[in-house]
Design a protein around this ligand. Structure first.
Ligand code: HEC
Ligand code: HEC
Ligand code: HEC
Ligand code: HEC
Ligand code: HEC
Ligand code: HEC
Ligand code: HEC
Length: 382
């Protein structure tokens, strides 16, 4: 099992009605449900079921958030594998996948990236088979992993996750997280690991705005984590906003939207305690570093702030996290931890600098990927 699949997000199924071209964002009429859309629905239930309009429409009125989002990781979570920005990392290169998998060479083709497999690094070794990967997941900020969808003889979909991924940390290939101890059970698994059912649907759910895998296709695919993944389908809001400058609350503006709603929203994908083995949380194994909400909810800052601490206390959910300076993050800490605030203690070591390095340091996980420990605390090494 890939470690990712030990974690279960709430998967809401998408019942598609339109066959729309893959990366086209417009004219949607899906019935996608998530938390935000459910609350949007309560308001508009008497009128019309909201449907997806696509982020370009949101951008007409919310230009700032649109621009910020364009440069964020969320706008680049799901790609066609033969897009230029993916191909540049793979095409013409060779990866050593270990025994018995062998060596992979990559060639861009009309349906994706074609992977040729040999037993040895020697190109004249004729023993080649190949597999085409249609999609590439991840922005490349950390990594890019190839996947391929197929249907079995009974029509059920099956997903092949490639054994090798591209990692920014070493600018080249390494084993995909979870694959180190994977033993191929059938010939195709010499290219990676096969998944079916819930883990397969979740892989697509967390990286897209809408899309249900049926057979070897993603139905009603809207790639990437766009506006409407977080805010819910926007057709009703757009209709109301075209009639009035003060449309009724839609998602985050609603009365029942609070810090816990936000934590649930982000945690659906970034993981919450309910997604992981309680033992792993207790031991706080290194993998927990990748799951920021899990760290945050055990921090005194979160537990003792009476609903004032959430992801957006420090992050603009529309912007890339590197668009803020270190000093701006420190200002977030000092916003609460300041001498003239009776509710907060002040650090005896420093009241103005170095907070992140000491209390939520960047730490390496597998393949040199770096994450900040969101369990904010006085650490043993402090
Ligand atoms: C539908 C799933 C999903 C939801 C919901 C989601 N994220 Fe993400 N998030 C992702 C994925 C996938 C990536 C990885 C992007 C990449 O490969 O760089 C990511 C990356 C990030 C990053 C790092 C990249 C960047 O652009 O800064 C931050 C920070 C982040 N998310 C914060 C949040 C916050 C805050 C929320 C809630 C308001 C949230 N996310 C909700 C899936 C999600
Ligand atoms: C529960 C939701 C969820 C599932 C399921 C999921 N991902 Fe992700 N994925 C995320 C989030 C959130 C991030 C951002 C992690 C971060 O940067 O903090 C991410 C990041 C990534 C990245 C960027 C590198 C990294 O690890 O940061 C790749 C590549 C990736 N996922 C591939 C996959 C593949 C392939 C599958 C399925 C076979 C999958 N993911 C399943 C939520 C998910
Ligand atoms: C990862 C989840 C996520 C995505 C993607 C996202 N938003 Fe948001 N958005 C939020 C959250 C959470 C808030 C409330 C917290 C805040 O205002 O920072 C918010 C607030 C807003 C607000 C009100 C506050 C403000 O900043 O003006 C607007 C308008 C908005 N979003 C529009 C958009 C648009 C347009 C897009 C797409 C281009 C988008 N959002 C994409 C999560 C998201
Ligand atoms: C015709 C212009 C228009 C379009 C198109 C539009 N909005 Fe808005 N939106 C507004 C106005 C006006 C407000 C209220 C004032 C404000 O907060 O800026 C608003 C408020 C919001 C808010 C904050 C208040 C709340 O109820 O949550 C969010 C979030 C939001 N819009 C998201 C979106 C998203 C997502 C889209 C695309 C699906 C979108 N908007 C499309 C005009 C528009
Ligand atoms: C929303 C307000 C808020 C923000 C923002 C905030 N904290 Fe806290 N933090 C608290 C509260 C409340 C406590 C518990 C009471 C206290 O010690 O002040 C706390 C406790 C702590 C503790 C003691 C932890 C323990 O286990 O005893 C440390 C260390 C800390 N915060 C560091 C930080 C750092 C570093 C940042 C910025 C990355 C930060 N805080 C941001 C509210 C906040
Ligand atoms: C007290 C401030 C604070 C809060 C609250 C916070 N973060 Fe962060 N986060 C940071 C800092 C600081 C960084 C590193 C920024 C840098 O060095 O550029 C970071 C980085 C990240 C990254 C990039 C990968 C990593 O771990 O380095 C992701 C993804 C992320 N945060 C998600 C979240 C999510 C989801 C939440 C809510 C559950 C959240 N954060 C709440 C301060 C915070
Ligand atoms: C060089 C490392 C270092 C830096 C930089 C640093 N701290 Fe600390 N911090 C510590 C240590 C060590 C303790 C425990 C001190 C003690 O027990 O007397 C601590 C304690 C704290 C506490 C708990 C205080 C208490 O009495 O319970 C808070 C809150 C805190 N730091 C916040 C911050 C903030 C905010 C910043 C940035 C302005 C910061 N720290 C910078 C090392 C550091």
């Amino acid at each position: 099992m890939t470690a990712r699949f030990l974690f279960f997000a709430v998967v809401t199924l998408v019942i598609g009605t339109l066959a729309v071209s893959m990366f086209d964002d417009h004219d949607r009429s899906d019935l996608h449900r998530d938390r935000a859309s459910q609350s949007a629905e309560r308001v508009t239930a008497a009128t019309v079921e909201p449907t997806f309009v696509g982020k370009a429409v949101c951008g007409e009125c919310h230009q700032d958030n649109f621009q910020l989002h364009q440069n964020s990781g969320h706008a680049q979570t799901f790609h066609a594998a033969n897009q230029d920005n993916i191909v540049q990392h793979f095409a013409g290169k060779t990866a050593d996948a270990g025994t018995p998998h062998g060596f992979y060479t990559y060639v861009s083709g009309p349906d994706g990236l074609q992977v040729f497999r040999r037993r040895t690094a020697d190109a004249s070794d004729g023993d080649v088979d190949d597999e085409t990967f249609q999609y590439a997941l991840g922005s490349g900020q950390n990594a890019i992993t190839l996947i391929n969808l197929d249907s079995k003889t009974d029509g059920d979909p099956v997903l092949l996750e490639h054994r090798v991924s591209w990692f920014r940390s070493h600018g080249g290939f390494g084993l995909t997280p979870g694959h180190l101890h994977h033993v191929p059970e059938e010939k195709r698994e010499l290219f990676g690991e096969l998944f079916e059912g819930r883990p397969l649907q979740q892989c697509v759910w967390c990286h897209t705005t809408s899309g249900e895998v049926i057979g070897d296709e993603v139905k009603d695919l809207i790639a990437n984590v766009n506006c409407e993944k977080c805010h819910g389908p926007g057709s009703e809001h757009v209709r109301q906003a075209r009639q009035s400058d003060t449309p009724p609350p839609y998602s985050v503006g609603k009365a029942d939207w609070d810090f816990e709603s936000e934590l649930q929203l982000c945690g659906n994908c970034h993981r919450l305690p309910r997604h992981v083995d309680p033992k792993d949380i207790r031991d706080y194994i290194p993998m927990m570093l990748r799951f920021q909400p899990i760290g945050l909810v055990r921090s005194a800052c979160y537990l003792e702030s009476e609903g004032q601490m959430m992801c957006s206390t420090c992050h603009d959910p529309h912007a890339h996290f590197t668009s803020k300076t270190q000093q701006q993050y420190i200002d977030d800490c000092v916003g609460c931890h300041q001498p003239d605030n009776d509710h907060h203690t002040v650090c005896s070591v420093s009241t103005s600098e170095g907070c992140i390095d000491c209390h939520m340091p960047a730490m390496k996980v597998e393949q040199g990927m770096v994450f900040h420990d969101h369990w904010i605390r006085v650490r043993p090494e402090n």
